[in-house]
Design a protein around this ligand. Structure first.
Ligand code: UDP
Ligand code: MG
Length: 314
């Protein structure tokens, strides 16, 4: 199988038919083997009925139906898990992405990239609640992850399937896949893609998504930098805090001995106790983290590295 398309669908009854036909047109023109995996994320409208009808006439359309609404990341994850293609391409089920962009994404993959991320250059969404937060979020994500993309939020991306193998998604994390993949040495490119306003149905998100994305970004940043060595992060801060505690402790003593200030009425004494206590906590937290890392990697026999090729290995 050459290409798997993955489409999350949540209450898109007026869009599924059009998305399906547009995908068919684009894929048939490419002349390769393909499948379309539509994941119904617990829709409460007629979406699933429409998908059933479409799938009964076309074996290349695979439909997964969730028991309830688990969210877009879960829907995409289910699609990725099922998908059998060498190249996996997710796109929105509301026709805001353009299936006609698929051949260009695939061509870019064939140039040697592992991930090609769509960039909605002229994005058709509201300015204040969507474009501004997205601008800030993209700048922040690019800076913190070191993978510079203009548009992390675009669902339309293309992945070489092996890139997705080692990546598990939680929260709102589907958007971070390029950054996570890059951590394993994937080559990432960006390609401007079309974007259309939503014609039918309503968006499932509001401004609150920004906060969820930022919280996920903290997780991603931590995982990227310290997932195999938490003591390095917490221990570092533990040492700084303990050193600061010794500093304020010495000052308290100095004031007591040379300036004859009472220690128990000196706020620095409280700060000292606080800093030493916090420092110890940081180090213990780091040690607990180390235990978790071992459980995580060793219980799943997960390596902490990713091998690309080998020579003369049996
Ligand atoms: N979606 C989903 N589960 C959800 C929310 C959204 O599967 O809980 C799907 C939705 O049907 C659409 C895509 O994710 O295909 C993007 O959602 P939406 O268009 O609402 O987001 P926006 O384009 O406004 O950012
Ligand atoms: Mg949309």
């Amino acid at each position: 199988m050459d290409i798997s398309i993955v489409v999350p669908v949540y209450n898109e009854q007026d869009n599924v038919d059009a998305v399906y036909s547009a995908l068919k047109v684009a894929l048939q023109a490419m002349g390769c083997s393909y499948e379309i995996v539509m994941v119904d994320d617990g829709s409460t409208d007629e979406s699933y009925k429409k998908l059933t009808l479409l799938a009964s006439a076309d074996a290349a359309l695979k439909v997964i139906r969730f028991r309830r609404n688990f969210g877009q990341t879960a829907a995409m994850s289910a699609g990725f898990d099922y998908a059998k293609g060498d190249i996996i391409i997710p796109l929105d089920g509301d026709l805001q992405n353009d299936p006609a962009d698929i051949p260009r994404l695939v061509a870019k993959i064939h140039e040697g990239y592992d991930v090609v991320s769509g960039w909605r250059r002229s994005r058709k969404d509201t300015f204040i609640t969507r474009k501004i937060p997205s601008l800030l979020a993209n700048a922040l994500i690019s800076r913190l992850t070191g993978v510079h993309l203009h548009d992390y939020g675009c669902t339309l991306k293309a992945y070489r399937s092996e890139v997705l193998d080692g990546i598990n998604l939680y929260g709102e994390m589907h958007r971070f896949v390029p950054a996570l993949a890059c951590q394993f040495g994937a080559k990432v490119a960006e390609l401007p893609v079309n974007h259309f306003p939503r014609l039918h149905g309503v968006s499932k998100y509001g401004i609150s998504r920004t906060f969820r994305v930022i919280l996920d970004l903290i997780t991603v940043k931590f995982l990227m930098a310290y997932s195999t060595k938490p003591i390095q992060l917490f221990g570092k801060w533990g040492i700084y805090t303990i050193l600061a505690g010794f500093g304020t402790g010495a000052m308290t003593l100095y004031m007591k001995i040379f300036e004859h200030l009472s220690m128990n009425r000196n706020p620095l004494l409280i700060l000292t106790a606080f800093l030493l206590f916090m420092g110890a906590q940081f180090i213990v937290l780091g040690l607990l983290g180390e235990l978790n890392v071992r459980t995580y990697f060793e219980s799943q026999r997960k390596p902490i590295y990713a091998v690309k090729d080998g020579i003369n290995l049996d």
